[in-house]
Design a protein around this ligand. Structure first.
Ligand code: SF4
Length: 575
């Protein structure tokens, strides 16, 4: 069974912008914040905004105070005036593409033109657009209604930004033939156009189509209509709970698409729910492999194997003979720290990794016991390697433990930076440095020899690879991280700039590893390990092409290169 996610699924520019404005305003002000009408048409996002203290204002009271966000669909100009008159400050989160249509209507209305708006008369965007027509607006949603309109001397025709493209083409055709004096504007948003075209294209090769999004979202409804028109079983759902798995059991290829107001984390939940319920449903062996992968990844055991492997590879790069003890310590440290940090950050991973959050909530005690036990064993093992490695790992463990904890008690700790994790980018930098130290530096320190130059390229390789991996996850998690207030690198730089930074780091590794081997700074293993920055680069390119989601398979693909470093080092060592 294959599950595909449409590249265009999820937030469009206008919705992303509106949600970001709302979250930024919520963090900025002490005063009450409201949205006038639902900010976007998605129940989960609205529930989340409510949770963040941004309720919906359905009607404008006579008197009020605080900030009112104007929804992404826009509102009539009189509503803004009334909000201001009531005492509210307004922050405009109207999508710039909707503003463009509002301006067209207003400009022509002032010249005396009538405005024919092709759209749903009850849709907030259309109500808002009509408000700019200065009482000369007509809203129609069928050809019959259009033909029944009086003939105007001067008129413009615009479409609701999420209107059906094929229908608007018919409208333009009819107007061109019957009213050549009317001015036509292509106001359907290209995001809508791409989304609709993609679903029609994907429908051809799919056995079933799932459209995720609010039931009241116009563009989501139209996607579902198009999928049905394409003759394939199509299901419009709001969340994974609405899925009827029995109806999908025979589908070999399932396509998921989503409306412009559906957040990524909901799409990922649907994908993961389908994957975990249907993969291997008819093949028990496949199901067992899937469950095993899931267990290893959820518990971080797979990641810790990666740490051990990377440590072994770094030892061999540096020409250290006995790297197994260090590899064991690296495994214990990484397993312990990652479990503990997930346990203290269940709320933060709730949006991006709901399955993992649920797994950690369910197994809190068992996982905490495991983390403390392996952490203790790791410290004992490192103690046998010498005082310096022990002190170093002990300090790193303390730092790792305190990462998500409130460090400054009382009123002093009410500022912006209450925890280490509040420092922008700290998670990525600290994780990468910790991995570099534990996988490359500890093996070198355990030899009790004087400083070796080989440690530098080995350290750079380990930190560079882990940095790329961690930041890549941060890119996938951007929407959820913004909601829970995480301060990650991609949220500062944006995903495009972050990917550029990562590519430069990977190019750097691709130069450092073979060059260091050629200069005999490290062993010839360096040539072979260059493969891994290359693999990471391929993943980044795949992400840029679109369609990569936070799935078990992706997580597996991301962590496997770390394990392969150890396998290749072992083969290299034996041969
Ligand atoms: S679909 Fe287009 S017009 Fe509508 S909010 Fe999104 S970007 Fe703006």
């Amino acid at each position: 069974m294959k599950i595909t996610i449409a590249k265009t699924a999820g937030f469009c520019m206008g919705v992303r912008r509106a949600v970001e404005i709302a979250l930024d305003e919520a963090n900025k002000h002490g005063e009450a914040i409201y949205t006038y009408g639902p900010l976007i048409h998605n129940p989960q996002v609205l529930a989340l905004l409510e949770e963040k203290g941004i309720p919906v204002l359905d009607t404008i009271p006579e008197k009020g105070s605080g900030i009112v966000l104007i929804r992404a669909h826009g509102v009539p100009p009189e509503s803004i005036e009334r909000l201001k008159a009531a005492g509210f400050k307004t922050v405009d989160a109207t999508c710039p593409r909707v503003i463009k249509v509002q301006r067209i209507i207003r400009r022509f209305a002032r010249k005396g033109y009538h405005a024919i708006i092709i759209g749903d008369k009850d849709h907030p965007e259309v109500i808002g657009l009509n408000g700019y027509a200065e009482n000369k607006g007509f809203v129609v949603d069928t050809m019959e209604a259009l033909k029944a309109l009086p003939t105007f001397e001067q008129a413009i025709i615009v479409a609701q930004t999420t209107q059906n493209i094929q229908f608007y083409e018919k409208v333009k055709d009819w107007a061109g033939k019957n009213h050549p004096n009317y001015q036509l504007f292509d106001t359907i948003c290209d995001s809508t156009e791409k989304r609709q075209n993609e679903i029609l294209q994907l429908a051809e090769s799919s056995d079933a189509i799932i459209i995720v999004g609010g039931k009241s979202s116009g563009n989501t409804q139209r996607l579902a209509e198009l999928a049905i028109q394409a003759g394939k079983p199509a299901f419009h759902i709001e969340s994974e709970g609405d899925l009827d798995l029995a109806q999908l059991a025979d589908a070999e290829v399932i396509t998921i698409s989503a409306g412009a107001s559906t957040p990524n984390w909901i799409i990922n939940r649907v994908y993961n729910h389908l994957e975990s319920s249907l993969v291997g449903a008819k093949k028990p062996m496949k199901k067992k492999i899937y469950d095993c992968q899931q267990f290893l990844l959820r518990t971080n055991i797979y990641l810790s194997l990666g740490a051990g492997s990377l440590c072994y590879a770094c030892s061999k790069l540096q020409g250290i003979e006995h790297g197994l003890l260090s590899a064991l310590v690296a495994m214990m440290y990484v397993l312990s720290m990652h479990i503990l940090n997930h346990l203290t950050a269940i709320h933060a991973i709730m949006y991006n990794e709901p399955d993992r959050a649920e797994f950690y909530s369910r197994n809190k005690t068992r996982l905490a016991t495991l983390a403390i036990a392996v952490g203790g064993v790791g410290l004992f093992l490192v103690f046998t390697m010498g005082q310096v490695p022990f002190v170093l790992l002990f300090c790193m463990s303390l730092m790792g433990l305190s990462y998500n904890l409130h460090l400054i008690p009382g009123p002093m700790g009410q500022g912006k930076y209450k925890k280490i994790s509040d420092i922008p980018g700290s998670k990525t930098v600290l994780i990468s440095l910790a991995w570099g130290i534990v996988t490359a530096l500890l093996p070198a320190l355990s030899t009790q020899e004087s400083f070796r130059l080989a440690t530098i390229p080995a350290f750079l390789m380990a930190t560079g690879m882990v940095f790329s991996r961690t930041v890549f996850y941060d890119i996938l998690d951007m929407q959820g991280d913004r909601i829970v207030g995480q301060r990650t690198l991609p949220l500062f730089l944006g995903d495009k700039k972050t990917i550029r930074v990562l590519k430069w780091i990977l190019v750097g590794l691709l130069i450092i590893l073979p060059l260091s081997s050629a200069l005999h700074l490290i062993s010839s293993l360096g040539y072979f390990l260059s493969l891994f920055p290359m693999m990471m680069m391929m993943l980044l390119n795949a992400y840029e092409r679109g369609g990569l989601v936070y799935s078990l398979l992706l997580e597996f693909l991301m962590e496997t290169p770390l394990i392969l470093t150890g396998v290749i080092a072992l083969i290299w060592y034996i041969s």
